[in-house]
Design a binder for this molecule. Structure first.
Ligand code: ZN
Length: 479
C-alpha cells in the first residue's frame, strides 16, 4: 500500500518537474514578432486593381453538370485585352473553357506550373457593392472572385506580361493552368492534366491557391503569416441507406429507417470513431505559429514533447477547426425520408461528407463507417471519394524555392507549413508533379476570410503588387 502511494507521489512529482522545465524553457524564449506589412504603391495598385476589376465584372459562376464554354470564352476575351503580350507570345490551349499556356524557356527539364481558377461560386444576398460590380473603393476591389481566385489569376498573367515587356526569357518552361470548374470539382483541371501527360510534361513545382498571407491565423497571434499549403485532406461523400417495408404512420414499428439513421449519427457524435493524431505537419505548423503567440500558446505548442498526449485528446473537443487538422472529419449534410407526412419511408438516406486525414485515409475511414453502419442495419454507398494528398517535403527543392521567393518578396514574413481542410485543383497535378504547393501570395485579413464564398467578397489593392512580384521572382528563380 505504502509503495503504491510512493509510486503515485513520485509520478506526480516527476510530472510537476517536467511542467516546471517546460515553463522555464518558455520563459527563457522571447516571443517572436511578425513584422512584415505591405507597402503602399499607389501607381501599381491602381493599374492592377483596374485589371482585377475588369476580370471580376465578367460573371464566371460554374454550375455542376454544365460546361458553359461560351461564357468562359467571353472571359478569355477580357484576358486577351488585359494581357496582350501573354496572348501574343505564349502557346495557348483551351479545353472546354479551361486554359493552359506554355511559355517556352531556355530549357524544359524543370518546368513550373502557376495555377489559379477562373470560375467562382454563386453570389447571393445583400452586398454593399454589386455582386459582380468590380467597384474599386476604399482601397479594395469588390465583387465575387476578387479574392478567390481572380486576384492570383490577375497576378500570374500580369507577372508574365511584365517579364515579357522587359524582354525576359525564362530559364525553364512556365505553364499557366486555369480551370473553369474548380468550385464544382469538375473536369476542367483533370483535362488540363491529361493534356500535360499527353505532352510528357513533368512539372518540378505546381503552385496553386490554398494558403495565403493570413493576418492573425490563430486568435491571439498577431501579424501576417505566409501559410503555405503542404497537405490537402481527401474528401468523400457516403450515402447511408436505411430500408424497411414502409407502412402507415398510425402504427409505427420500432427501429424505423429514420430511427436507425438517427441512432447511427448520435453514435458518431458520442463515440467519435476516427483517431486523432499530431502529424509531423501539424507539429511544425503549430510550433512555428505559436512562437509568435502569447505565453500559453508557446508553453503548450512549444513543448509538444510534454503536452502532445493532452492536446491530442483536448484540441478536437475544444475546437472543430483544430479537430479537422487532427482527424478524418464526418459531417452529416443531407437527409431524405418519405414524401408524405403520414407515410413511413421504405428507404431513408443520409449523406456523410468525410474529409480524410493521411493517417486514416479514404479506405480505412470508409471501412470504419461501413462497420458502424452495419451495427444499425444500414447500407453504405460511396458516391465519390478521393484520398488525402501526399504531404510535401519541406526539405525539398520545390518547397525551398517557394520559401526563398517568399523571403525575397516579403522580407520578415514568417513561413508556416499549413494543412488544408478544403480542396483545390492542385490535387489533380499530384499524378505528374511531386510538389503541388498551395499558396496564393495575396493577403487575407478577417474581411477577406469572411468574403470568400460569403458576402461582400473583396481584395485589398495593397496586396496586389506583392502578388505580382512573387510570381515574377518564382519564374526568375527557377533555373
Ligand atoms: Zn478558390
Amino acid at each position: 500500500m505504502k509503495i503504491a502511494l510512493y509510486v503515485v507521489l513520485g509520478l506526480i512529482g516527476l510530472l510537476l518537474l517536467l511542467i516546471l522545465i517546460a515553463v522555464i524553457r518558455t520563459l527563457l524564449t522571447k516571443p517572436k514578432i511578425s513584422a512584415w506589412q505591405p507597402k503602399a504603391d499607389p501607381e501599381r495598385e491602381k493599374l492592377y486593381a483596374e485589371k482585377l476589376s475588369k476580370m471580376v465584372q465578367v460573371e464566371t459562376v460554374s454550375y455542376k453538370g454544365q460546361i458553359q464554354r461560351e461564357k468562359f470564352l467571353g472571359f478569355h476575351k477580357v484576358l486577351a485585352e488585359l494581357f496582350p503580350l501573354v496572348h501574343h507570345k505564349l502557346e495557348k490551349t483551351e479545353i472546354d473553357g479551361s486554359l493552359l499556356y506554355r511559355w517556352p524557356g531556355k530549357k524544359s527539364d524543370k518546368p513550373i506550373v502557376l495555377m489559379a481558377h477562373q470560375d467562382v461560386v454563386p453570389a447571393e444576398g445583400e452586398w454593399t457593392h454589386g455582386h459582380f460590380s468590380g467597384d474599386i473603393e476604399g482601397g479594395k476591389v469588390w465583387g465575387r472572385g476578387s479574392a478567390d481566385d481572380k486576384s492570383p489569376l490577375m497576378a500570374i498573367f500580369q507577372s508574365i506580361e511584365e517579364l515579357l515587356a522587359d524582354g525576359f526569357v525564362p530559364e525553364q518552361d512556365v505553364y499557366i493552368s486555369s480551370s473553369n470548374t474548380e468550385e464544382i470539382g469538375g473536369e476542367g483541371c483533370p483535362k488540363l492534366v491529361e493534356e500535360m501527360k499527353r505532352r510528357g510534361v513533368k512539372p518540378f513545382l505546381a503552385n496553386d491557391e490554398g494558403g495565403t498571407i493570413v493576418t492573425e491565423p490563430m486568435a491571439g497571434i498577431p501579424g501576417n503569416f505566409a501559410m503555405v499549403g503542404i497537405l490537402e485532406k481527401g474528401q468523400g461523400n457516403l450515402l447511408i441507406k436505411a430500408k424497411s417495408n414502409g407502412g402507415h404512420s398510425s402504427y409505427p414499428p420500432k427501429n424505423s429507417p429514420i430511427a436507425r439513421l438517427s441512432k447511427f449519427v448520435c453514435d458518431i457524435e458520442k463515440h467519435y470513431p476516427m483517431k486523432s493524431e499530431f502529424s509531423p505537419q501539424l507539429r511544425t505548423m503549430l510550433s512555428t505559429l505559436s512562437a509568435y503567440g502569447p505565453f500559453h500558446y508557446r508553453l503548450l505548442f512549444g513543448n509538444l514533447w510534454l503536452f502532445k498526449p493532452l492536446l491530442t485528446k483536448l484540441l478536437p473537443v475544444l475546437s472543430p477547426q483544430a479537430g479537422a487538422l487532427m482527424r478524418t472529419t464526418i459531417a452529416p449534410t443531407m437527409q431524405s425520408g418519405s414524401d408524405g407526412c403520414n407515410v413511413l419511408p421504405q428507404e431513408a438516406t443520409l449523406n456523410l461528407n468525410l474529409r480524410y486525414i493521411p493517417h486514416q485515409d479514404m479506405e480505412e475511414s470508409n471501412e470504419i463507417i461501413r462497420r458502424l453502419a452495419a451495427k444499425y442495419d444500414l447500407e453504405v454507398q460511396i458516391q465519390d471519394a478521393y484520398s488525402a494528398c501526399e504531404p510535401i517535403d519541406t526539405e525539398s527543392d520545390a518547397f525551398k524555392l517557394v520559401e526563398e521567393t517568399v523571403r525575397e518578396i516579403f522580407p520578415g514574413l514568417p513561413i508556416v507549413p499549413y494543412i488544408m481542410t478544403g480542396g483545390t485543383d492542385a490535387r489533380y497535378f499530384e499524378e505528374i508533379c511531386p510538389a503541388c504547393i498551395r499558396f496564393a501570395p495575396v493577403i487575407y485579413g478577417p474581411e477577406q476570410m469572411k468574403g470568400m464564398h460569403g458576402l461582400n467578397e473583396n481584395m485589398e489593392t495593397v496586396s496586389l503588387p506583392g502578388a505580382v512580384d512573387y510570381y515574377k521572382a518564382l519564374i526568375r528563380k527557377n533555373r
